[in-house]
Design a protein around this ligand. Structure first.
Ligand SMILES: *Cc1c(COP(=O)(O)O)cnc(C)c1O
Length: 429
């Protein structure tokens, strides 16, 4: 304190560790632009438009994305929430059916279950990976459990092997939610190829993005058939499309709705998918360097990639755990604010556990049957989620674009942590 009595945290008016900008996200280049212009003047912007003899970007993306995961089928949709919805409906999950959802995840995982009339059963998380806990999942299973929504969170991968054995033992399908793990690998297979269905979001912040977008992949032809129709008002692609006529034929095997991805979004994804592996590699390299630096500081560590198995993880967000004692036991929100001010990129605690999350309030929906019985079944407050609640008090996240630059970007992150650690007493008042 004596040598640096003038030094102040940026959030209290001092000079920031960093003023330089960060790598931008989302990314685009000349090819993205070219493909978008191709769509613009193609005379066809939607899969429900008239067939003009050229293959749709939507179908090209669908094929490329399925192939990328070594699975047979892919159904692109408007967003990740829609992907969860059609996955649930394809598995014939509906009124009164229970679906296991991890206690920490994006709210859409729970709200999508509600939307099909199901009951989201909140399951506590593993303290190392923050993904759904195997033991907690086991003890949450009842005769009404119809699916497990297994989310690979932030930069880790759920315990896939153990969940596959649970799935076999109880005959409950797994829907993998890979919205935060595009391109991650577990035991030499891409995540998303393990569940009966896997869903993805291509929202703006995700590592593969078209602004808004989503997809559901599967190896099961019946599930694919249903999902295809669920997202296009009960229609599917014709095998013999005729120029100047609609490429879709009316089947009506399921009650569908329109959740189709536009040609513009699909064109962007066709282009950006080609960059995914290379961008993941850059993030991995920088994160490894950051992890080493954190080890040297002590008291800060990245969450584990996975509880077991050989993995190549991806970084949707870097997520780390801090021993708040090294920051004078300051509240994690304050620590994140201080780091945000030093670095000019958003540091945040993990998503609020779903038993106490302002975005998750089933009772605000008039779609729910109002009997008391159903209300108590979906009440988030009845869950304890001890590990999730604790994790929310000592974990931080920051977005993946901070990992897309150079070593010196990572050095600035380390400098900010050191400064906030050194001056955390200033946050006490
Ligand atoms: C982003 C996300 C979603 C929702 O996707 P949207 O495209 O925003 O609808 C679902 N699950 C997880 C784990 C996510 O991160």
């Amino acid at each position: 304190m004596s040598t640096n009595s003038l030094e102040k945290l940026a959030c209290l008016g001092g000079g920031a560790v960093r003023s330089a900008s960060w790598p931008s996200w989302p990314r685009a280049d000349k090819n993205t632009e070219k493909l978008l212009l191709d769509v613009l003047y193609s005379g066809r912007w939607a899969i429900s438009g008239m067939y003009n003899g050229t293959p749709l970007f939507e179908r090209r993306f669908s094929e490329a994305f399925a192939e990328y995961h070594s699975v047979l089928y892919c159904t692109p949709v408007v967003n990740g929430s829609a992907a969860i919805t059609i996955a649930l409906e394809a598995l014939e999950i509906g009124y009164g059916d229970e679906v296991l959802v991890p206690g920490i995840t994006w709210v859409a995982c729970a709200s999508a279950v509600l939307r099909v009339g199901g009951i989201p059963v909140l399951v506590d998380v593993d303290p190392d990976t923050l993904c759904m806990s195997v033991d907690a999942a086991r003890s949450s299973i009842t005769s009404k459990t119809k699916a497990i929504l297994l989310v690979h969170l932030y930069c880790s991968i759920a315990d896939i092997d153990s969940f596959l054995s649970i799935s076999r033992e109880f005959n409950i399908p797994i829907i993998e939610d890979c919205s935060q793990a595009h391109g991650a690998v577990f035991n030499e297979r891409r995540v998303g190829s393990f569940g009966r269905i896997a869903v993805f979001s291509m929202q703006d912040g995700k590592v593969l993005t078209s602004g808004e977008g989503g997809a559901a992949i599967t190896n099961d032809v019946l599930l694919y058939e249903r999902m295809q129709q669920l997202r296009s008002d009960g229609r599917r692609y014709r095998s013999d499309p005729i120029v100047n006529q609609i490429e879709l034929e009316e089947i009506g095997m399921v009650q569908g709705r329109n959740l189709c991805m536009s040609e513009f979004h699909a064109a962007i994804l066709c282009d950006r998918l080609m960059h995914l592996d290379e961008e993941n590699a850059v993030r991995n390299k920088n994160a490894t360097y950051l992890n080493q630096s954190f080890n040297e500081i002590g008291g800060i560590k990245q969450i584990k990639f996975a509880t077991k198995g050989f993995t190549v993880n991806t970084y949707y967000q870097y997520c780390g755990e801090v021993d708040t004692a090294i920051f004078e036991n300051v509240n994690i929100k304050r620590i994140c604010q201080a780091l945000t001010s030093e670095l000019g990129i958003l540091f945040e605690p993990v998503d609020s556990p779903l038993n106490n999350n302002i975005l998750y309030n089933p009772f605000l929906s008039k779609r729910l049957p109002l009997e008391e019985g159903f209300r108590s079944l979906v009440d988030p407050r009845k869950y304890k989620l001890n590990t999730a609640v604790k994790a929310a008090e000592n974990h931080f996240t920051f977005p993946h674009r901070a990992l897309l630059g150079s070593k010196s970007d990572i050095d600035s992150i380390v400098d900010a942590f050191l400064k906030v650690k050194r001056l955390s007493y200033q946050l006490l008042s």
